[in-house]
Write a new protein. Sequence first.
Length: 250
Amino acid sequence: MQLPSFKVVPDSLRGRNVMVTGSTSGLGRALALACARAGATVVLSGRSLAKLERVYDEIEQLGAPQPAIAKLDLATAAAPDYDALAGTIGREFGVLDGLVHSAALLGDRSPLEQYDVPTWCQVLHVNLTAPLILTQVLLPHLRKSASASVIFVSSGVVQNPRPFWGAYAVSKAGLEAVSSMLSQELAGVSSVRINSVSPGRLRTPMRAAAYPAEDPNTLPTAESVAGAFIYLLSEASRGVSGQCVDLAHG
């Protein structure tokens, strides 16, 4: 799907509550700041409280709506942690209008024949299983919104499989399957729309870890793709669901 040209303006997400996982660095941080600039009340989620507090302070300095912090380590969180988070969202906000699954692990860049199995399991859990669990527990709050939006962050390695991408590629392929199935299951019975976005090559810490010899200055910034996410989170995309948006070829 090719998105219409969309410029982020201050009121694009005014009055909407949006949760962004992995919001302490890379794409997640860029999206959290962009959502705040667009007027959303942003729920910052990540595993490092100190880093979450830094992004919190950045948003406050923007003069945007006061954000919230939802510390959650997707690698170790158990059922009570997810339930506690959902309970807090319910008490503090009542309704959730947007959920962006940006948190992810790269894992090993090694042949499948030699791939470390514990690392495989951890990457699949953080990148695939945890987003599903989080969506499940937050769906009751998303359903309360008149036009809620869930975005799964995918990758170009799904459409263009390459060697040595291991658990990361498998997890992103699974995430696209989850996105497609969930959008179909909710169609006609819920106003919650589900989409996935493949942002393409970006100047992020994960990209640097995957391609250490690459010059980061040759890559677009994470901020450059924020407009597509804001569009999908906003009322402007009402009715758009079940799409996989490839920004690298959009």
